[in-house]
Ligand binder design. Structure first.
Ligand SMILES: Nc1ccn([C@@H]2O[C@H](COP(=O)(O)O)[C@@H](O)[C@H]2O)c(=O)n1
Ligand SMILES: C[C@@]1(CO)OP(=O)(O)OP(=O)(O)OC[C@H]1O
Length: 162
């Protein structure tokens, strides 16, 4: 059976961490405020995968009250989510990500982000799409207060494939 999942996350600009999106450190005026490394892109991907598998959400697996996850590398969290899916015999069909950011310009970094995600989820590059849009200066994104990310995925339970 095919199953769809959606993930959405927002983090505010600020703090003293570097900006990390999809596992890539991107030159920016500031990073994102978070308990972990603040990789809002990978958080949305984790939530899409967990949602598709009806396994809750990122906060239920990696609570932001747990000191263990302070400064956590979100690629490590993504790999843990992948292991959870594998334990339930799910395989990933494809993943589509939309970064909503007035800044930084994402296009240069997207190839490496796709590579990172494909590697962490053991899928091919053509199963991962990442794109970006501004909000034409409207709202909190447009005021450069933060970044929002949507992710959608299709997964399939390989036990049930005929
Ligand atoms: N943070 C961003 C936002 C957008 N892009 C690229 O620019 C194109 C045009 O953006 P609009 O918001 O005007 O639609 C968009 O399609 C992306 O290719 C980007 O790289 N980084
Ligand atoms: C990743 C976790 C865990 O460190 O914390 P944050 O980095 O604050 O990110 P968020 O998307 O707010 O919540 C998920 C978390 O529990």
């Amino acid at each position: 059976m095919l199953r769809i999942g959606h993930g959405y996350d927002v983090h505010a600009f600020g703090g003293d961490k570097p900006l990390v999106l999809g596992g890539v450190t991107i030159p920016a005026h500031t990073g994102l405020i978070a308990h972990s490394d603040g990789d809002v892109l990978l958080h949305a991907v984790c939530d899409a995968l967990l949602g598709a598998a009806a396994l809750g959400d990122i906060g239920s697996h990696f609570p932001d009250t747990d000191p263990k996850f302070r400064g956590a590398d979100s690629r490590t969290l993504l790999k843990s989510v992948f292991q959870l899916l594998q334990s339930s015999s799910y395989s990933i069909g494809n993943l589509d990500v939309t970064v909503i950011a007035q800044t930084p310009k994402m296009s240069l970094h997207i190839p490496q982000i796709r590579e990172n995600i494909a590697q962490d989820l053991a899928i091919n590059l053509d199963q991962v799409n990442v794109k970006a849009t501004t909000t034409e200066k409207l709202g909190f994104v447009g005021r450069k207060e933060g970044i929002a990310v949507h992710a959608v995925t299709i997964i399939e339970n390989s036990d049930m494939v005929l």
